[in-house]
Design a protein around this ligand. Structure first.
Ligand code: FES
Ligand SMILES: [Fe+2]
Length: 459
């Protein structure tokens, strides 16, 4: 059994010595994986999806919390809840599809049925079944998750009844979620279509990469060359986005054009001023958003932003807008589910532009995602080696990070635990510290609790 001291010892966090290193075991050890599933995915708040995925009564979608299959349903009365997608009879998964609309969910094995509020509606052949009274002292309903929460249409759940409120888990990140949801008075929706794919590496590779600006010019040169060529040859109708090489801003080394924010719960965001804001689909709402929220918040909505709500969801607003849900399957296998998200009610032209930019850059068929997943797998192979145990990819920005907000955060009243304001070359890595401090504290607590249970068991 891994002890909490061992877990703490896997993060070499010595700010007084200017050192932050992470042990390779975090990416390769199945026992560590088991503990982090318990602590982070099954022991705390996890993102499920959007309320706008369930527009009508009896709509549902399926997802997972750690190793538990989950069905999220809108009941006939309009309320939403999440259930363990497992039949009380013999455990079969009840909802088999990714999404749908059903008043009644019939288990594929022996046909017990449940309504969209999770209530058991029928047990096949109950009258003839010679059941005892004791049988009906058990509930036959679907088991609801211990806690369910909705922040502005973002749905979260938790299997641990002792966890604090969702509001506390989100904390200051709520301000960053508001930047997304406020893009339309009706909030955001998913553009139809989902892509899911797996990669053969640890789930934390995706967690980190979304916040990793350092890799961009190394991993995506073919993408950058294509952008250059489109500009040189002025291809008619070529997709442009905020990374277009035909830049509006002249950048001065050392002059901040972006940066990173970290929060105590492990949430982080990296951001950059848009090079070509008029290429953004949201640009059409620029004046309205300024009127409603003021120039500074409007500008923040137009900045490129990658937000991670720890541990399993990322909102990437850069080349287009992508929602990424991370599902760890094993220590070396991860499933990603990705969607294009968009403000509800944007014009057809904006939506067209958003989708073109989306398919250009993202997904296994786009110009960037395959390059990223290839390097995740390269890391997984390398980390299985007996190389130096300590990874050094956490040192950039150590001398640039400041406690609390910076002047850009002040524009929207954001209060991060730490901030880095940077030019395009700094590529801060202290942003990852927030992940691993939250990781260490929560995983060590679960290791402690297991040790206590084991001792009590022995006693
Ligand atoms: S497992 Fe569901 S009815 Fe038997
Ligand atoms: Fe990338």
């Amino acid at each position: 059994m891994i002890t909490s001291d061992e877990i703490v010892g896997l993060i070499d966090d010595r700010p007084e010595d200017g050192v932050f290193r992470v042990h390779r075991r975090l990416f390769t050890d199945p026992d560590v994986f088991d503990l982090e599933m318990k602590a982070l995915f099954e022991g705390g708040w996890v993102f499920l999806g959007l309320a706008s995925q369930l527009p009508r009564p009896n709509d549902y979608f399926t997802t997972s919390i750690g190793r538990h299959p989950i069905a999220v349903m809108r009941a006939a009365d309009g309320s939403i809840n999440a259930f363990i997608n497992s039949c009380p009879h013999k455990g079969a998964r009840i909802c088999q599809l990714d999404r749908g609309n059903a008043k009644l969910h019939v288990c594929p094995y022996h046909s017990w049925s449940f309504d969209s509020a999770g209530k058991n509606r029928a047990i096949k052949g109950k009258a003839q079944g010679a059941y005892s009274d004791g049988f009906d002292r058990d509930s036959h309903d679907l088991r609801a998750v211990a806690k369910f929460g909705d922040y502005r249409g973002l749905l979260f759940a938790c299997l641990n009844p002792d966890v604090g409120p969702l509001e506390d888990h989100l904390g200051e990140a709520k301000t960053l979620i508001d930047l997304i949801v406020d893009q339309s008075p009706d909030g955001i929706e998913l553009v139809p279509g989902v892509v899911s794919f797996t990669y053969e590496a640890n789930w934390k590779m995706q967690l980190e990469n979304c916040s990793d600006q350092y890799h961009f010019s190394s991993v995506h040169p073919s993408y950058l060359r294509i952008l250059e060529r489109r500009t040189e040859r002025a291809f008619e109708g070529a997709t442009r986005n905020m990374w277009d090489v035909n830049k509006v801003h002249e950048e001065v080394p050392g002059e901040p054009t972006g940066g990173t924010y970290s929060f105590d719960q492990g949430h982080v965001m990296n951001w950059r001023m848009s090079d070509v804001p008029e290429a953004l689909p949201l640009h059409e709402r620029s004046a309205i958003l300024e009127q409603r929220y003021g120039k500074e918040k409007r500008d923040w909505m137009l900045h490129s932003r990658n937000l991670t709500i720890f541990p399993n969801v990322q909102f990437a607003e850069n080349a287009s807008s992508q929602l990424r849900i991370i599902r760890p399957i094993s220590v070396g296998l991860t499933e990603m589910r990705t969607y294009c998200f968009a403000p509800i009610g944007e014009s057809g032209e904006a939506r067209r532009k958003r989708i073109r930019q989306y398919e250009d850059f993202f997904n296994p068929s786009g110009l960037a995602t395959p390059d990223d997943t290839v390097v995740y797998e390269a890391c997984q192979e390398g980390n299985a080696s007996q190389g130096s145990p300590w990874l050094q990819g956490y040192g950039r920005g150590m001398c640039a990070a400041v406690k609390g907000p910076d002047r850009f955060a002040d524009q929207i009243g954001l209060k991060p635990a730490s901030s880095v304001a940077a030019d395009r070359w700094l590529s801060d890595e202290t942003i990852f510290h927030a992940y691993y401090r939250a990781w260490r504290d929560r995983v060590a607590a679960v290791a402690d609790a297991q040790a206590v249970r084991a001792t009590e068991g022995v006693a």
